[in-house]
Design a binder for this molecule. Structure first.
Ligand code: C2E
Ligand code: MG
Ligand code: MG
Length: 722
């Protein structure tokens, strides 16, 4: 049997092909068999021929069981069968194949989906029959059904989730949900096919976002982060975004973007943060206010007793550690009750407030002025000794002296002040305050508007200081000052090369007062300026007189206090004085202590440089007792170091001190400086100094400081006539 049935081209009146023996059928039929297609020839609505697959498809073992059956049985119901007949014949009659998908029924009643393709053998003669190819599409149909339901669910999910979901491919929307559209202000479907550029503010933003988000895709990862997107109307939307390539291996196939509007959340977070900060501020303000209440006096704003105690504890501990003195000053106003009673509390309060201001004005930064209540004040003065406390007390008295203007009144109040010093008068604030209080009562008892120390000895000192400073004011005009000259000898030549001028004060009542006692008083009262100038003039006058008497031209060293040294016009003064006496600038040498140079190094260097340029030599006095190192002296135009007499004194005593003196001499020499040893009293000291290369000496061994006439005689005796 020839199998010309396929292609199913009608062959006019050709013998009917038999499909029963498909195994033996040539190519095309076999191919159909292998492709899993059933094929049957239908005539008069009966199956007249079919292949094995067809028979199996409908639940039979072999074609023979099917042949002759009525095709109606192949359909799930009569309606389908009738409808098929009505639809297919007109199509097939035109010579076209008819295709349809319909449920079919197996022998056991089970249905399955099939695609039917029918063709008339002869379009002109339907009676010749039709050929039907049956494709079992049940698996595909059920897969499709599943897919459809998945799709439906997927849409349901997409459209009902509150997050925006968007699928992009090449940064163009392939699909997105309603939430996403709404988020960005678009109508349903509008975003489809649009570029993601739509929801960025600028090209730059878009590109930056692309770089940020797509980078993780290339590594197979997902992007998670916060970004600012733009609503269609331009306003910014803060979003949290999660994005992922649909296929990590092929990111170009597209990506899914889940977008959550967090603008509200962000705003809430910000608000929360602000509220928190606000709360913290309020708590802090309240704490500060409470702290103020707990530590400060409401009327004057000064520290109260509690804060004073805290500070005293710290200050006393520091004073103990550093071995520094500390003063506690108790202040009480004299007859303050009369102000309060006579003019009212308002006036009294105003006076106290103003006094508090003035007290604050006279103390240093490290001091504490506190009000205990009423008209009682306590001052805590770290690093303050008796002299410093007395000085402060006198400043307080002066500050109180200025009349107080309150409302229409002009008032004067006077304080009585008691001073106690740690550690001698007490180790803690209580003890010190008691002592200061006692001293304050003594001040009241002894006339008010004054101060008293707790310790009798300090009181005596203080009294003497006051008396001395008053007396010192008149010392110049009363010709009580004079200069003594202590010779200086060059150690290499043994010649007298100069002298140090040392101030002497002879007072009718006090007798000879040591400069060690009155110079500090002169410094604290400012009297050192006129006195220092007097010393310069007197020295110059004496030098000129000696020149006239034919004494060899000596250089005299003058001590200059740090107070004088702070005067910028010192070099000009020195020059004026020497010029006035007709002397060269090198006839005077300025001695100053390390402290004077170190206090304000910049200003000191400027003054030193001017003196040096003028031709006046500079010497550092008492070298080794201050804090400066030789290295720091390098910066100063200093030609001489005077080795302090405490080192010289110890030369005979210990190896260690010898080593120090030796080191000073050697290092000074290496810096190009000369050395003068002070206070040389023994031959042993002299021998050591000479041997170690010290340049000059001064001391009792050679001569005491001498009155001018004695000094001239001394020089003449020592100078071998040429
Ligand atoms: P200073 O400048 O170190 O003066 C040296 C002091 O040592 C002088 O004491 C002197 O009499 C003393 N002295 C000299 N040789 C010996 C000795 O071999 N052994 C002992 N133990 N002492 C000796 P003075 O005259 O009492 O002067 C004391 C300090 O007063 C001076 O120390 C200086 O700092 C200051 N001074 C003296 N006159 C003036 C002055 O006119 N102006 C300034 N601002 N201060 C002066
Ligand atoms: Mg000196
Ligand atoms: Mg000295």
């Amino acid at each position: 049997m020839s199998a010309t049935i396929l292609p199913l081209r009608p062959t006019a009146r050709a013998p009917l092909p038999s499909l029963a023996a498909a195994e033996e059928a040539p190519g095309p039929l076999r191919m159909l068999e292998q492709a899993g297609l059933g094929i049957a020839l239908i005539q008069q609505r009966r199956i007249t021929s079919c292949n094995q697959y067809f028979a199996e498809l409908y639940g039979f073992d072999e074609p023979a069981q099917v042949l002759g059956s009525f095709t109606r049985d192949l359909y799930a119901n009569a309606d389908d069968f009738n409808a098929l007949g009505a639809m297919s014949y007109p199509v097939m009659a035109e010579g076209r194949p008819f295709k349809i998908e319909l449920p079919q029924r197996r022998r056991n009643g089970q249905t399955f989906w099939a695609r039917l393709t029918g063709t008339l053998l002869d379009p002109a003669d339907a009676a010749r029959g039709s050929v039907w190819i049956i494709d079992d599409i049940d698996a595909r149909k059920s897969a499709e059904a599943t897919l459809a339901s998945v799709r439906e669910q997927h849409h349901l999910i997409l459209d009902n989730v509150l997050v925006g979901v968007c699928f992009l491919r090449e940064r163009t929307v392939t699909q997105c949900n309603r939430a996403f559209e709404q988020l960005l202000g678009w109508e349903p479907g509008e975003l489809s096919g649009r570029s993601s550029r739509e929801w960025y503010g600028s090209d730059a933003e878009w590109q930056a976002a692309g770089q940020r988000c797509y980078a993780p895709f290339r590594q197979g990862g997902a992007f998670e982060g916060e970004m600012v997107l733009r609503h269609r109307d331009g306003h910014a939307i803060e979003c949290e975004i999660r994005a992922k390539a649909l296929d990590a291996a092929q990111p170009e196939l597209g990506s899914i973007w889940i977008t959550l509007d967090i603008t509200a959340r962000k705003a809430a977070e910000r608000a929360l943060r602000e509220t928190q900060a606000d709360l913290e501020r309020q708590v802090q303000e309240r704490t500060e206010a409470l702290n103020r209440l707990a530590h400060y006096d409401v009327l004057t704003g000064l520290p109260n007793r509690a804060l004073l105690e805290e500070r005293a504890q710290q200050a006393l501990a520091a004073a103990r550690r550093q071995g520094q003195p500390l003063a506690v000053v108790f202040l009480d106003l004299d007859h303050f009750k009369t102000v309060n009673d006579g003019l009212g509390h308002r006036v009294g309060d105003a006076v106290l407030r103003e006094l508090a201001e003035r007290l604050r004005g006279v103390v240093r930064a490290q001091d504490t002025v506190s009000r205990l209540g009423g008209d009682e004040f306590v001052l805590l003065l770290p690093q303050t000794d008796a002299a410093g406390a007395a000085e402060l007390a006198s400043k307080v008295l002066a500050a109180a002296q200025v009349p107080f203007h309150v409302e229409a009144h002009e008032l004067t109040v006077t304080p009585s002040i008691g001073i106690a010093l740690a550690p001698r008068d007490g180790a803690d604030l209580d003890a010190l305050q008691r002592a200061a209080d006692t001293a304050m009562y003594r001040a009241k008892a002894e006339g008010r508007n004054t101060w008293r120390f707790y310790t009798a000895e300090l009181q005596a000192q203080s009294d003497r200081t006051l008396l001395l400073s008053n007396a010192l004011r008149r010392a110049i005009e009363r010709n009580q000052l004079s200069l003594a000259y202590q010779p200086q000898m060059d150690l290499a030549s043994g010649r007298i090369v100069g002298a140090e001028a040392l101030l002497r004060w002879q007072h009718a009542d006090f007798g000879n007062v040591s400069p060690a006692e009155f110079i500090p008083i002169a410094e604290s009262t400012g009297l050192i300026l006129p006195i220092g100038e007097w010393v310069l003039r007197e020295t110059a006058r004496q030098l000129a007189a000696w020149d006239r008497e034919g004494l060899p031209p000596l250089t005299v060293a003058v001590n200059v206090s740090s107070v004088q040294f702070r005067q910028a016009d010192l070099p000009a003064l020195v020059r004026r004085v020497l010029d006035g006496a007709g002397l060269g600038m090198d006839r005077l040498e300025v001695e100053l202590t390390e402290g004077a140079a170190m206090q304000d190094p910049q200003a000191a260097i400027a003054i030193m440089n001017t003196l040096y340029e003028n031709g006046t030599e500079l010497a550092i006095d008492d070298f080794g007792t201050g804090y400066s190192s030789l290295a720091s002296l390098k910066n100063f135009p200093v030609g001489k170091l005077k080795i302090d007499r405490s080192f010289v004194r110890d030369i005979g005593r210990g190896v260690c001190d010898r080593a120090i003196v030796e080191a000073i001499i050697r290092m000074a020499a290496s810096l190009g400086m000369r050395t003068v040893a002070e206070g040389v009293e023994t031959e042993e000291q002299l021998a050591f100094l000479r041997e170690r290369g010290c340049n000059a000496m001064q001391g009792y061994l050679l001569a005491r400081p001498l009155p001018a006439a004695d000094f001239a005689r001394f020089v003449r005796e020592r100078t071998v006539p040429p």
